[in-house]
Ligand binder design. Sequence first.
Ligand SMILES: CC(C)(COP(=O)(O)OP(=O)(O)OC[C@H]1O[C@@H](n2cnc3c(N)ncnc32)[C@H](O)[C@@H]1OP(=O)(O)O)[C@@H](O)C(=O)NCCC(=O)NCCS
Length: 346
Amino acid sequence: MTGYSIKEFDPPNVEDDQFWDNFYSFYTKFVKDIHPNDPLTPKPRIVKSLKDPHPDYHINHWLVYTSDKEIVGWADNYISKETHPAYDTNKHVAGCDTVILKEHRHNGLGTQLFRYHLKIVKKYNRTIIQAGTSEESGHNFLRKFGGKEAIQGSENRLQMNEVDWSLMQQWIDDGPERAKEVNLERFVDVSDSDIEEYCVIYTETMNQQPFGELEGRVKETPDSRRQSEERHRKRGGKWTTLISREKNGRISGLTEVFYYPDKPSMLYQNLTGVKEEYRGKGLGKWLKATMLKWISEEYPDVKTIVTGNATTNAPMLSINQRMGFKEYKSGSEYKFQVEELEKLLD
Ligand SMILES: CC(C)(COP(=O)(O)OP(=O)(O)OC[C@H]1O[C@@H](n2cnc3c(N)ncnc32)[C@H](O)[C@@H]1OP(=O)(O)O)[C@@H](O)C(=O)NCCC(=O)NCCS
């Protein structure tokens, strides 16, 4: 790795505008390489997000510089703290990302960054590293270091101009016919009276997605939900949720989307979940079709909806494919045993 240097990077303590220009130029090259037709997240949001790290993770970042001080690589790792609500199920796992710009690959930089990851991961006694990729170079790199594919998935995208609106209207009309006396309610901040119950259904259905061999699970609590609402708000994000409420007042399903006015043509669809006892009655389709109709009215600039699904999630894929979602990029998450990785890197 002659001619390069790797430096630790602590975003909350970097005020230098020139640095952030350099960093944003790296970010732009990286995004243009893997998503050439996508709009960029504007610099202010990138800076704001990095300067406001999630308080429940130890987060470490490194940057790779050329001798001309151009940033050409990046690595970060996320290690849950004891304050993290899912600490019990995640305390042996570390999430690691490593990126080297195309022109600078095959110089040993990725390997060197893996050594940095390893040092931190061992410091916090993690035994498993997980890392994902959708790029061929990433698959090759992760396999070279003994990564075992834990799950396959894909980023799926829906183009708003390809939606079959008559089918969506049919799902909306069928909803109350099949699920009698159920109502849909939309919110940004979950109400104080629903928050406990909402966090239970959110945690439960999120963890019922196929995880393959992936380790670590999700836990939403009233505190973590309020914290996330605040963090999205601070970045200008609109996080909208639609729930189904049964006649007895219980929440039976949910779907949620994220919209950022600074990148108005893309919207992100996150979890859709229906409690097991209410499945197969059209609630998932009703929730998603109603949300889609609302998106088209509320955010007419949205052209593309982005989501991610495991390839084995048959019910979700069945709904999404009929909505018009198509595979944009497939990818995998890999899992490493820290002990084995250490031997390989030695
Ligand atoms: C995905 C999920 C939300 C669907 O909820 P639901 O209320 O059962 O959905 P619906 O009844 O509206 O529709 C489900 C459709 O999937 C189809 N389906 C169910 N299992 C299927 C399978 N194994 N293969 C193919 N299609 C399947 C059903 O036939 C149904 O379509 P139909 O009504 O036209 O026959 C629910 O299964 C769930 O909460 N899963 C766990 C969380 C999750 O994985 N969420 C997705 C990740 S974001």
